[in-house]
Design a protein around this ligand. Structure first.
Ligand SMILES: O=C(O)CCC(=O)C(=O)O
Length: 195
């Protein structure tokens, strides 16, 4: 399918497309504040070695379908007008439609998400995700599941839109590692849940 917009950067045989500064600095800063205030953020815990451990970030799920995300079953909140507007933007850039959204709030450099792929059973193996970022810059790392030396770090800034598509989730994992210092950052990933 042909795209409406031309990406500034392409990686991994066009399975990762990056559109820089889709939202100008003022707009992305305003959207960051609205998303921080208007989202029903959850402070989740998981069990590790018999202990309750906090997820190192706040998280939320909106949309039409429950999402089974890395072992957490979310009950989604309904779309808000703001999230519907951002969904339309994600759909315009990707030429795909989405029915679920996961939001992550990295409060500082100690918040992170570990290596994972978005290949949960509720999504198709060949799928498109659109990731919108607001606030501070973080390094988005991608690594091949088998050839671990195939490792890429892409700095993602507030206002950028990143598409992951094709069979990327089958072959690559991604993460946002901890860093010493970072401004707060909010990330939205729009997804199509099938089951
Ligand atoms: O914060 C990001 O850019 C990535 C978020 C992510 O990996 C996820 O929501 O599954």
């Amino acid at each position: 399918m042909s795209l409406n917009h031309v990406p500034e950067e392409r990686y991994l045989d066009d399975r990762v497309l990056l559109f820089r500064g889709v939202f100008d600095p003022e707009t992305q800063a305003r959207l960051f504040l609205r998303l921080r205030e208007e989202t029903n953020w959850l402070d989740k815990t998981f069990r590790s070695d018999g202990k309750e451990v906090k997820l190192p970030r706040l998280t939320a799920n909106y949309g039409e379908r429950a999402y089974n995300y890395s072992g957490f079953l979310f009950s989604p909140e309904p779309w808000t007008p703001l999230l519907e507007e951002l969904k339309r933007c994600a759909e315009d850039y990707s030429q795909e439609s989405f029915n679920a959204l996961i939001l992550q709030f990295y409060r500082d450099g100690q918040d992170s998400v570990g290596w994972h792929s978005d290949d949960d059973p509720c999504v198709d193996p060949v799928t498109t995700l659109v990731s919108l970022s607001f606030g501070g810059t973080r390094g988005f790392h991608l690594r091949h599941k088998l050839q671990k030396e195939q490792h890429l770090e892409i700095p993602v800034h507030g206002g950028d839109l990143l598409i992951m598509r094709g069979d990327l989730q089958q072959h690559y994992v991604h993460k946002i590692p901890k860093i010493a210092q970072a401004e707060p950052r909010i990330n939205l990933t729009f997804r199509q849940v099938m089951r």
